[in-house]
Design a protein around this ligand. Structure first.
Ligand code: BJW
Length: 227
């Protein structure tokens, strides 16, 4: 059975990471234009670096651990009869830390940095600063976070579209369905005659496009469905 799972910030919420659009979420303290666009980075790179450094610090402080939902997806991947494509919009590494081996990070990864000129990706030695430079260009460029901001192209889309066109089941977990192209995946999966299931605390913006819904916490719902 071919399953495509799309995860969003909600799956990491119970691990202690903030979602974006909750009342006390990441966007409450920052405007999207400030920290999630290439223009914002150009205007104030220091602020953007601080935003990602703070998130890195939180992730690495030992208190943030994968939860039961991350673990259930790792166990699902290990099952022989299941061909799982796990796509995450999250830049944290909680899926990998739970044991998932093949994760598509369509919006990038907090633990990596990228040369803005050559696009070469480097493992990041945190924190981000104006001193972190690439080794691929002369003169060396200041590395930017390896994340996908608004207006930029998400990563590994060809592979994602291929798996959506072939899947039997599409499951979205903990995502508000406000950001495209990810919010459009349910439509693509439906067109490929896949069954579709949304697991979320509240109805997402695209909930009407799903056949099945489970309302509740990912850490409770995902293990129930996956076992
Ligand atoms: C729980 C829970 C618990 C809580 N259990 N649930 C139409 C088509 C195509 C594109 C566009 C379009 N219209 C506009 C666009 C452009 C734009 C866009 O979508 N804008 C919207 C504002 C409308 N998109 C882009 O620019 C993208 N690029 C692009 O489109 O390129 C061109 C292209 C064209 C055509 C095809 C393909 C490409 C790029 C988008 C980049 C988004 N980047 C960010 C930042 C990443 C780095 C970082 O982390 O800092 O990605 S923004 C932010 O939003 C982040 C997230 O990945 C993303 C989605 O957020 P998510 O995960 O859904 O979080 P929340 O907070 O919104 O929701 C959490 C949910 O969990 C809630 O519903 C809770 O209820 C729930 N929850 N606790 C279960 N315990």
């Amino acid at each position: 059975m071919k399953i495509v799972v799309l995860t969003g910030a909600g799956i990491s919420a119970e691990s202690g990471l903030k979602t974006f659009r909750a009342e006390d979420g990441l966007w409450e303290q920052h405007s999207i234009e400030e920290v999630a666009t290439p223009e914002g980075y150009e205007r104030n790179p220091r602020l953007v670096r601080e935003f990602y450094n703070a998130r890195w610090q939180q992730l690495g402080n030992g208190q943030v651990q994968p939860n039961a939902a991350h673990r259930a997806l790792a166990e699902l991947e290990a099952r022989e009869e299941i061909d799982l494509t796990l796509i995450t919009q999250n830049i944290d590494n909680l899926h990998e830390r739970a044991g998932s081996r093949r994760v598509i990070h369509m919006h990038g990864e907090l633990a990596k940095a990228r040369c803005p000129r050559s696009q070469q990706v480097f493992p990041m030695v945190m924190p981000f600063s104006a001193d972190n430079c690439c080794t691929c260009c002369i003169p060396a460029e200041i590395l930017r976070p390896h994340v996908v901001w608004f207006g930029e192209m998400p990563l590994q889309l060809n592979q994602i579209y291929q798996s959506l066109s072939e899947c039997d089941l599409f499951v979205a977990i903990g995502t508000s369905g406000t950001v495209y192209p990810a919010a459009g995946f349910v439509d693509m999966a439906s067109q490929s005659h896949a069954q579709t299931l949304e697991i979320n605390l509240e109805p997402s913006e695209v909930q009407s496009q799903f056949q099945y819904h489970l309302r509740g916490k990912a850490s409770e719902m995902v293990p129930k469905v996956a076992h």
